[in-house]
Structures are given as structure tokens and as C-alpha cells.
Design a binder for this molecule. Sequence first.
Ligand code: NAD
Length: 361
Amino acid sequence: MGKFNIAVLPGDGIGPEVVNEAIGVLNTVGSKFNHEFILKEGAIGGCAIDTFGEPLPAKTLDLCKSCDAVLLGAVGGYKWDNLPGDKRPEAGLLGIRAGLGLYANLRPAVIYSALKDASPLRSDIVKDGIDIMVVRELTGGMYFGEKGRVDAGDMGQAAYDTEKYTTFEVERIARLAFEAAMKRKKRLTSVDKANVLESSRLWREVVVKVAKDYPEVELNHMYVDNAAMQLVRNPMQFDVIVTSNMFGDILSDEASMITGSIGMLPSASLGQGSLGLYEPIHGSAPDIAGQDKANPIATILSVGMMLKYSFGLEEESNAIERAVENVLNSGFRTADIASQDSKVVGTKEMGKLIKEEIEKI
Ligand code: NAD
């Protein structure tokens, strides 16, 4: 029996609805497998602005630091759209990732066989399903490098952003990606732009060095422009992809889009140690908030990732994934993934079906 403390940050819009279903699933796993999950709720995003005047109150960050893992719904909404950048709900997301020292973002892009028709790619390209894990560096590179504007004389202004990586930063993300590959099909693609960028040449050197510690993993390198093409030409060739912050930002969105269902995709942000932040990749979907229409599966699968990556509960995590697959195979869908002959259900009913399926496993 395990005992785990989880900070729960439902956030805004559909956040509380999907988090509620994920908690239901967590409790079902807890009683079935005899674990105790102690849930402690905190505020982030728009609701935190309304109550505490800031998107990430210090007490929320302290709560997260005191727990074993964090479950986050989503933040943002029309009400806060006109606030300045650093006061907006989304500033809370950057703040919590930095505050918890989370330097790696793991995003699986999976096409379940029951949902193949949802992919915008031709059926012959996705016929055997897709199962890719994108590992993105989260706290370095151009988004955090030196930036500024200078006077460029007759040419107006010049603006610059600096792509910079240290050996240390590349080594730790590479190691995490090799470890992820070891738990999967043992294939790793490192994506860079080493034909042009010095920072990419260092990236590649370090990845090659780390590879020596993982002789079982088959490593290849790909330029980012080619990787963007290969993802739509032949996505089945990929197992784990590791890349920098900016390239990962773009490629992980591309990989999610080819699955065709934003409401299905979970994510994990990890750092030193086992503390991780788990959240769906979608936003707060204010257009459907409060209507029992949101697909809770991305958040439920995020809990599955939490069990695997922060708590080492592989069997329990697999039970969640299998339950989701079984429910989809039985023809149940929320509206966002429904086709003509689906049995369309709401948020709560989808959560209930998945819980019942876990009981049966
Ligand atoms: P979004 O992901 O919220 O919604 C995009 C579209 O997908 C909408 O039509 C929405 O109804 C649909 N959708 C999203 N999740 C769904 C789900 N689980 N089930 C069914 N349909 C779903 O993106 P957006 O509309 O660009 O942004 C809305 C708000 O969310 C903004 O304030 C934005 O800043 C914020 N946002 C937050 C996060 C986050 O919290 N991590 C991420 C992205 C956007």
C-alpha cells in the first residue's frame, strides 16, 4: 500500500469538470489497488486572480512543493483576456513550471485504433495506430535566453532572442529521454538543426555522449525541418523524440494534431526527483465550460502518467489506459470525438464508464 500527497489545481473553464472526473478515477484506483491518495486543493489562473489578486499565489506554490505530484486542469478565459501578460492566468503556468524546477515536458501522442478516423492524416498512413512520446526541454533555449531590442540606425530597430544551451541542460534532458525510451520501444530520435546552429552542434555532441550509457537504445538524429515533414509523412517511424524548447513547442503541437483529438492528450512535466506536474494539453475551453460536454480523458490519462512517472505504479497506470481503450472500443464518445454511430455521453458519464471499467480489470 502506498500513501501519496497530491496537489490538485482545477483552474478555470472546463478545468474543474475534467479534474473532478480524474479524481474519481484516482479514487477508484486507490480502493482497487489499496493506495491512499491525499488530495489538497489550491488555486491557479483566473480563479486565483479573482480571489488572491495573482495567478499563482505563493501558498499554491508552497502547497505543490510539499506534495508528491501536482494535478492541474486548465487556466484562462474571456474574463481575464485583457489583463497585461504577466497578470494573465497563463502566467501562473510559467510560474509553476519554473517554481517547481520542471525542465522536461513529456507529451505522448497516441491514436487509439477506435479513433483512427479522427486523424487528419490518410488512413493508410495511420493504419497501425500512432504512439509517439515527445520529450521537450522546458526551461532553456530561446524562450529563456538573452533577448532585447537595439537601435539599428536607418533600418529602424533590431530585436534578438538567443538560443543557448549548456552541456548540463542537454545532458539531463537527454538522460530523461533515454530512460523514457528504455520503458518503450527503445528508439530515440534527437531533433536539432546542427547543420546551421552551434547550439544544436553542442546538443548533438552531448546526446551522442549520453547514448554510450544506453547501448540498448537505437539513437538517430534528425534536422527539425525534416522531422516536421516526417511526422506527417510517416509518423509510425517514431518512438521517443527529444528536442529543445522551441523545436519541441512546435513539434509536440504537430504530433498532437495528427491524433485529431485535443481532448485525449495528457502531459507530464518533470524535474529533479519524482515531483511532477500532470495536466491535459488542452486549454480551459470556455466555449463549452459548465455544460457537461468536455472530454475528461486527457486529464484521466494525465493521472495515469502521474501514477507511472511520479509514483512508479506501472500496473495501476496501465489499468487506466486499458479502461479508456475499452470504453472507446465499446463505442462511447464525448461530442468532440464522436462520429455518426457513436454513443455520445457527457463528461460525468464518460468518467463513470472509465471507473466501472477499472473495477472490472
Ligand atoms: P482550448 O484548448 O481551450 O480550446 C480549443 C478548442 O478545443 C475549443 O473549441 C474547445 O471547446 C475544444 N476543447 C478543448 N479541450 C476540450 C475537451 N477536453 N473536450 C472537448 N473539447 C475541448 O484552447 P483555446 O480556445 O485556444 O484557449 C482557451 C483558453 O485556455 C485561453 O484562455 C487560453 O489562454 C487557455 N489555455 C490554457 C492552457 C492551459 O491551461 N494549459 C493551454 C492552452 C490554452
